[in-house]
Structures are given as C-alpha cells and as structure tokens.
Design a protein around this ligand. Structure first.
Ligand SMILES: [Fe+2]
Length: 395
C-alpha cells in the first residue's frame, strides 16, 4: 500500500425534498450568495427555481448567474469571476451538474486568488498558477455523475485554443453538498445512462492503472461498481425509484473522492483521451467515456492483466482462472453491459467519424504527455501511436 493523505471535508447533507432547505442551510456561509447555474437548464429549470425560492424564503441576498454551459468555458467562468466581485458576493452556491459545480469552484477560487481561471489548469508547457484561497462553496448537484460536489477537481474548456484541462486545489473542495434524490428523478434517461458510465469510469481508472496494491480500495471500488450496475437497472425500470437514485448519488460522490483509491492511487488515461474528444466536439462527457472504454480495455489488456482479470472475476462474473484469458474477457463483458443499458456508442454513431483522430492524438500528447518520452500516464504509459490505435478502434 502507498502512503497517502486523505481528507473529505465536505459535509454531505442528504434528504428527500432537501432542495427546499437550501436557503436555511446556506444562509450562515456569508452575506451575499453567488448562485451559478446552467444557461439552458432544460428539464432542470424547476430545480433552479425551487432553489432560488428557498433562498428568498430564508431571506438570503443573492445574485443569479445562470450562464454556465456544458463543458464550461473559460470565457464564461472569467465573466462570472468579474460578476462575483462586482456584486460583492462572499460565498457561492452551484446548482447543477458537474459542469456547473466545476465552473462554480473555479469562479470562487479565481475571484479569491486573482487572474483568469485558465492560469491555474495543468498544461504541459508551463508552470501553472496556484490558488491561494477560495470563497465558501456549496454544491447542489442535479446529476449523480462527476462527484465534483465533494472533491478538489474541476475540468474546463478553452474554446479559443480548443483545449480542455483541469487542476486540483483543496481550496475548491465544497464545504457542503446538499443532495436530494427527487432532483435526480427528473433527469432524462440518456443523462442518467451517460452519468452512470462516467461513475463507472471514475471507479476503474485507478483500479486498473495503479502499481500498488490496496485490497480495501479494490473491495470498495468493486462494491460501488456492482451498486452502480444494480441501481442503474432499477432507475431505468422506474425513474422515480428514489432509493436507487440516492445510492447512485453516493457512488458518484465516494467513487471520485479519493476513498476509492486509498493506498493505491493511479492515473486517469480514459479521461485524458476523452477530454479532448468532448473539448473539440462538445459531446457529453459520459458519452465520450462510453465510446472509449471498451476499446481502451481491449487495447491495453496486456498492460496489467492481473488487474483486468481481478475486475473481470469480481464484478463481471468471469470464472476463468488464467489471468491473461480472464483479462481478455473484461472488454467483452463491459461492452455487453453497455449494450444492455443503451450506452454503447462509437465515433461514427455520434457523428464524429475517424477523420480527426490524428489531430486528437496530437492534442492528447501535447496536453498530457510527460516531458520525458512524450507519453501519457496510464496502466502503461501511452504513446501517440497507442492513443491513435484506441481512437481508430472506436469507429
Ligand atoms: Fe468523468
């Protein structure tokens, strides 16, 4: 097991109907709240309305910044920083999915620390700025997916350079997450499916790429994957199954909180590939992940066959005792599962095709390649050719 420091300071506040408590639960965090939400909330418009009503009922002074788009943009976040300061806000409430919460986290920390949000993300060719603090952040997730409501991460997109990148900062960990399964029950079917695939991806990234062993991390990860599979079946059968919705939300939070990787942290190669896909083509992150996973698993099967085999046996019912053979079955089993829940997609089926793969591979190496050897971290370091082969298989 590796040495680690783990801290989950976010207060998780879970209840059916919790949305109506947002005002009372957040009013002590400051004098004026900056509420950020989607530009086009679609079916989730009632959630923002309810949250705002709750703030008004509790006498909270607020400014509503309903401008965040999916794959949140640097220009929108920097405009939000300006508004936050102009309006004299001193805490932030993010009501939305991973994009809104990520954007809110960057707005709060950048308003506190200065500059543009893009100054702080990781780009290979430069030394990024480091946050010096953040205003208090409260997250009200409307989707169970990113786990952003209780972690230090955040992914943003720069449409001027067509780059998507991220950074982590402890200052940006929300102080509280207000979780209400009734909110998730109104999600469209395809968002529930894409989100569950994203949770699955978070759970397998470190599991399959770590060089260290931590049995408790493995067991927690396997338990959460089994829970995601079972609960996704339940909510597809009955979207209003609040118990299953609540369980999925816990998998999304704990599955990307560091708990799933205690003692054996690895890397996130599937996300490294996907970020450029949705950074260029604006498809949903979960759909991009679903395109890549089966082919990543097939291509890199010989990188850590013992890890592939362990997951195949413990979660996907494989009984084969030979590691190499069991490992080879993992991609097929995952693909079967994806097909059974309508989440099997290809670059062709989402309208992207194969003509951009060389450019995507170049970008992934440029953004995430190590300075030594131009390889991207993964179950084994990925070369440009490896990445291109995976993308070409996604057709
Ligand atoms: Fe993700």
């Amino acid at each position: 097991m590796m040495n680690f420091v783990w801290n989950l300071p976010t207060k998780l506040n879970y209840a059916e109907g919790n949305l109506k408590n947002v005002g009372e639960m957040t009013k002590s965090y400051g004098n004026k709240a900056f509420v950020c939400s989607y530009a086009e909330p679609g079916g989730g418009v009632w959630v923002v309305e309810e949250a705002v009503k709750s703030l008004e009922a509790a006498g909270v002074d607020y400014f509503l910044y309903d401008a965040i788009e999916p794959n949140p943009r640097v220009s929108t976040i920097d405009a939000g920083v300006k508004k936050f300061l102009e309006e004299g806000c001193d805490y932030l409430i993010a009501v939305g999915g991973g994009s809104v919460i990520d954007a809110g986290k960057y707005i709060s920390a950048t308003a506190h620390s200065g500059g543009s949000c893009w100054d702080y993300v990781i780009l290979k060719e430069r030394k990024e700025k480091v946050y010096t603090g953040a205003f208090p952040i409260i997250a009200v997730p409307t989707v169970a997916a990113s786990g952003s409501e209780a972690n230090a991460g955040g992914v943003i997109t720069n449409w001027e350079t067509n780059e998507k990148s991220f950074c982590r900062s402890e200052y940006r960990i929300p102080q509280m997450a207000i979780i209400d399964p009734e909110v998730f029950a109104s999600l469209p079917r395809h968002i529930t499916i894409d989100s569950s695939v994203d949770i699955f991806s978070h759970l397998i990234e470190h599991y399959l790429s770590s060089d260290a062993e931590s049995e408790i991390a493995d067991r927690m990860t396997e338990g959460m994957i089994l829970t995601v599979k079972e609960m996704l079946d339940r909510v597809l059968e009955n979207p209003a199954d609040l118990e299953a919705r609540g369980q999925l939300s816990l998998c999304s939070i704990l599955g990307w909180s560091g708990l799933q990787a205690l003692g054996r942290t690895g890397s996130i190669p599937i996300h490294f590939i996907e970020h450029q896909l949705s950074g260029h083509f604006d498809i949903s992150h979960g759909k991009g992940i679903a395109i890549i996973i089966p082919h990543y698993l097939r291509y890199f099967v010989d990188a850590k066959p013992e890890r592939w085999a362990k997951l195949a046996r413990r979660v996907f019912g494989v009984t084969e005792t030979d590691d190499a053979k069991a490992a080879a079955l993992l991609a097929d089993r995952v693909e079967e599962w994806f097909r059974s829940v309508d989440s099997y997609h290809t670059l062709t089926s989402v309208g992207i095709g194969d003509s951009h793969n060389e450019m995507l591979a170049d970008d992934i190496i440029r953004m995430y390649g190590t300075l030594e050897g131009e390889k991207v971290p993964g179950a084994r370091p990925m070369s440009r050719e490896d990445i291109l082969n995976v993308l070409n298989a996604c057709i």
